[in-house]
Design a protein around this ligand. Structure first.
Ligand SMILES: [Zn+2]
Length: 278
């Protein structure tokens, strides 16, 4: 059964990834992801037939070219589909069996999808649209009340903040998570500007981390904050050697760190001893 559901989650992830590709193209260009409903080629604007729009398959069958105009289709399409599929399957393996795993996993999968879309938009255009940060952040307290297990998982020492009550507890945990997510990124942005005299961290990253904190709570968003520089450092050094470009978008690293925090953050929190500080 485990294998069956892993395959189902993988295929679901591939379909979601296909939709994310549409969002990655349309959202920063101020186009609604659902209009027009059918996908079209960004070069010749010809609608794409369903058999040319099968996740994980069509890109290879078409040889990375549009059937109508022959223009090149970026490998980003297959990459996003495969990444989302793999993450969905992996999350199921890792989170399966935890307390109240189903609703928490559902929220995490939605959040991971959003992180993937935001990351690829940030990579391409160096922005994260407000609709993916503030627009989703306002949902976090509501989702937290509906799925309070996001903020309470006693075996790993997670707990509500200030209130034990099942409404006020997760509500408060979500708001505190937003503040704890935003504050250190904002501070390092201000500090970086003072020290290096240039934009180190954009305000988009602050809003992005507030949104992440609203769902993950203050502990896991702190894990995210401390993990992200490690990813940034590795990729940043590679890019510096390759292109001499100092400006690297930080959204993808925050996303990678947040995904690790969702899957293994509790263990990291305990293993690194951060939990003993509180
Ligand atoms: Zn075309």
């Amino acid at each position: 059964m485990l294998i069956f559901w892993t395959i189902v989650l993988f295929l679901l992830g591939a379909i979601v990834g296909s939709f994310l590709n549409v969002c990655i193209y349309r959202l920063p260009r101020d186009k609604a992801p659902w209009r027009p409903q059918r996908s079209y080629c960004p070069h010749c604007h010809e609608l794409i037939a369903w058999y040319d729009n099968i996740p994980l398959v069509s890109w290879f069958l078409l040889g990375a070219q549009c059937r109508q105009c022959g223009s090149y289709i970026s490998p980003r399409y297959i990459l996003v589909e495969f990444l989302t599929a793999a993450l969905f399957a992996l999350s199921f393996w890792v989170l399966n069996g935890r307390d109240e795993a189903l609703p928490v996993t559902a929220v995490y999968l939605a959040l991971m999808s959003l992180l993937i879309a935001a990351s690829f938009i940030d990579l391409e255009l160096r922005i994260i649209p407000d609709s993916l940060t503030l627009g989703v952040a306002v949902l976090a307290p509501v989702v937290s009340v509906l799925v309070p297990w996001l903020h309470s998982n006693p075996p790993f020492g997670r707990a509500y903040v200030f209130f034990d009550d099942n409404v006020l507890g997760p509500l408060c945990a979500s708001l505190v998570g937003m503040a704890v997510g935003a504050l250190p990124v904002w501070l390092s942005g201000v500090l970086g500007k003072m020290l290096f005299k240039r934009e180190a961290m954009g305000f988009g990253d602050v809003k992005f981390m507030a949104m992440i904190g609203g769902f993950l709570g203050w502990k896991l968003v702190l894990v995210t904050f401390f993990l992200a520089p490690f990813f940034g450092l590795i990729i940043g050094v590679i890019q510096l050697i390759r292109t001499k470009d100092h400006h690297i978008p930080y959204g993808p690293f925050l996303s990678m760190a947040a995904i690790i925090a969702m899957l293994w953050g509790d263990r990291i929190f305990i293993a690194t001893g951060i939990s003993r500080l509180f």
